[in-house]
Design a protein around this ligand. Structure first.
Ligand code: CTP
Length: 131
């Protein structure tokens, strides 16, 4: 049976760490579904507005050859509903979230990948500010 993989993130100021995790997620199954945090959700998580708006971040993710389906994630509290609605067999995330999604292991397999070292959206923004 074909396997559906689901992952979530803001993916603001798209960088190679994002590509790496999405490639790894895609390698786990046949279909990759990506929940892209809404602008409001990102603000509540990170206390800053994303540089790229949600529609642009969604468009970037959707355009990747190994991404099959995308949606806007409006609420962290709805994670279980999203996994069920998009029929995720596997939930995969970077290990900055390690343990945080284990509660969903009753409905899907939960996998954490090591983050790509030395790159993040926050760091890029900080560097850009100093230029
Ligand atoms: N990610 C990763 N390696 C990185 C950066 C991000 O594997 N160097 C993964 C995260 O673990 C997450 C996904 O990419 O599963 C989306 O992360 P996101 O928070 O959008 O990116 P960050 O660069 O971590 O953003 P920020 O600095 O704003 O926290």
């Amino acid at each position: 049976m074909s396997k559906r993989v689901i992952t979530f993130g803001t993916f603001d100021v798209f960088h190679v760490g994002h590509i790496n995790i999405l490639e790894r997620c895609a390698s786990l199954g046949d279909t990759l579904v990506v929940g892209v945090s809404s602008d409001a959700l990102n603000f509540s998580k990170k206390q800053r507005h994303p540089i790229y708006c949600e529609q642009d971040r969604l468009k970037i993710i959707q355009s990747l050859s190994f991404v099959d389906e995308v949606f806007i994630e409006h609420s962290l509290e709805k994670k279980r509903e999203y996994i069920e609605y998009y029929r995720g067999d596997i939930l995969a995330m970077g290990d900055d979230w390690k343990g945080r999604f284990d509660e969903f292991s009753d409905i899907c397999e939960v996998i954490y990948f090591p983050r790509t070292p030395s790159i993040s959206t926050s760091e890029i923004i900080e560097i850009a500010k100093t230029i």
